[in-house]
Design a protein around this ligand. Structure first.
Ligand SMILES: [Zn+2]
Length: 96
């Protein structure tokens, strides 16, 4: 599916904490647009910390920066639901 010809290889981006710049994980981003949902299968090199918490409606698993402890998202069935504004991304997928 991928790999036959360089242009078809999905670009990897790196997701950093917006507060302290710590690398959180690398992600195989497919398609343009904002990064809001990260699929588990495409995440690699994950450095985030997971912690169970109660959001008022039930127990959820929060995703935190390993250095400063900022809450950057929440675990969902397919992967991670990222909180906008809590992270920055670098990588080739950002090219328009
Ligand atoms: Zn941080």
């Amino acid at each position: 599916m991928f790999g036959r010809g360089g242009d078809l290889v999905p670009p990897m981006i790196t997701v950093h904490c917006a507060s302290c710049g710590t690398k959180l994980f690398r992600y195989q981003k497919i398609g343009k647009g904002r990064l809001l949902h990260c699929r588990k299968a495409r995440i690699s090199g994950d450095h985030t910390v997971r912690r169970e918490e109660d959001d008022g409606a039930g127990t959820v698993v929060g995703v935190y920066c390993p250095r400063c402890g900022r809450n950057v998202g929440v675990v969902e069935a397919q992967g991670i639901n990222m909180h906008g504004g809590t992270f920055t991304v670098t990588g080739s997928a950002l090219k328009k």
